[in-house]
Design a protein around this ligand. Sequence first.
Ligand code: ARG
Length: 463
Amino acid sequence: MTGQKTSAWSQRFEKALHPAIERFNASIGFDIELIEYDITGSVAHAKMLAKTGIISAEEGERLAAGLEQIRQEYREGNFTPGTDAEDVHFAVERRLTEIVGDAGKKLHTARSRNDQVGTDTRLYLRDQINQIREYLREFQQVLLNLAENHVETLIPGYTHLQRAQPVSLAHHLLAYFEMAQRDWERLGDVFKRVDISPLGCGALAGTTFPIDRHYTAELLGFAGVYANSLDGVSDRDFAIEFLGAASLIMAHLSRLSEEVILWASQEFGFVTLTDSCATGSSIMPQKKNPDVPELVRGKAGRVFGHLQALLVLVKGLPLAYNKDLQEDKEALFDTVKTVKACLEAMTILLREGIEFRTERLAEAVAEDFSNATDVADYLAAKGVPFREAYNLVGKVVKTCLAAGKLLKDLSLEEWKALHPAFEGDIYEAIAPVRVVAARNSYGGTGFERVKVAIESARSRISL
Ligand code: ARG
């Protein structure tokens, strides 16, 4: 029809897309994020086409040079394709043809957008995984520095959110170090499955051209190639695994956030928030709010949602590529941005946003019965069977509660009346510092143990 746009597709199409459908179909609005990876992937493909004689060496060079020019234009802010380009792959190819002429039309030989988008996404994710691992390392570094300053600071340890046994604050912080360490390792493991090239799988069945998939994989630094073309273009396991790893990072950050929020409350009063990381209220002038950890806690849900979305995305998909898969990108991009932002914010929060109120912590560990286990251990060490000792101490706690006393308030006569094995050293044995120091079992909170743990943690992250 005169005056009407024609299709971007083959001659099979006579009419252009309905404008609303064009917008609906387009991914350029978000997949522009992949542009540099798309260019890198295409340069490798062009080189391979030339090497295998599918195009001439001269054509290969022109394609590569044209692609690098587009990279430059993009970096300078001079390449901003609209929705009519549909996606980043078409946008680049179209611009390439403008730059190098008909040779540009040869770039897509022996390739489909299906293996192309899979390649781009993997290149992107490899980079992002490396970056997130760096963020994790910084977070671990800050945890370690903080731990180092608080080996002998005591904090109540909880089970069921009931005071259980006091611990070294460093020990508590090192628990988060260990979670981050697993996160770091897990991402390294996910990386192995991201690091496989689908390029050359074609639309789904491979290609009639004598391509060299190992060569493109090598140029792009992939550790291997997909063994099956149908799997290569339709696999999103690597993305789901990444979202799983990202979800665990967020779960860990969210747990720490929850603790900081509790600690900053008047009820706990274990930390104060410094001005650079806290916010006020628009109506209550006395308020100082822990917005940072609250946001991190909130954003965890959003990343879990992306994981769920991708699982649901693939569960009913027949082989091979289906357009549904275009929906993987926003989930991935948003997850990457969210995880980085949360790691950065929590790192800053730990570095300068919270101050532990050590006096308040010292009071807290001295005002409860969290040394009761140590009384039982005291007796057990003197040969009283532990269960018997445990029952006896339970009775003591009950008596103390009724009398409004703590264990340390009992006189030696009272102790001896309870069991003849008690002697004057019971007071030292139940002092919070002793209680913590004594737990020197491997992985425990004893100060000497914790110092060794800090050393070992330092050496693990400096590898
Ligand atoms: N924009 C598409 C995506 O993100 C690229 C692949 C399109 N392939 C196709 N057969 N329509 O998945």
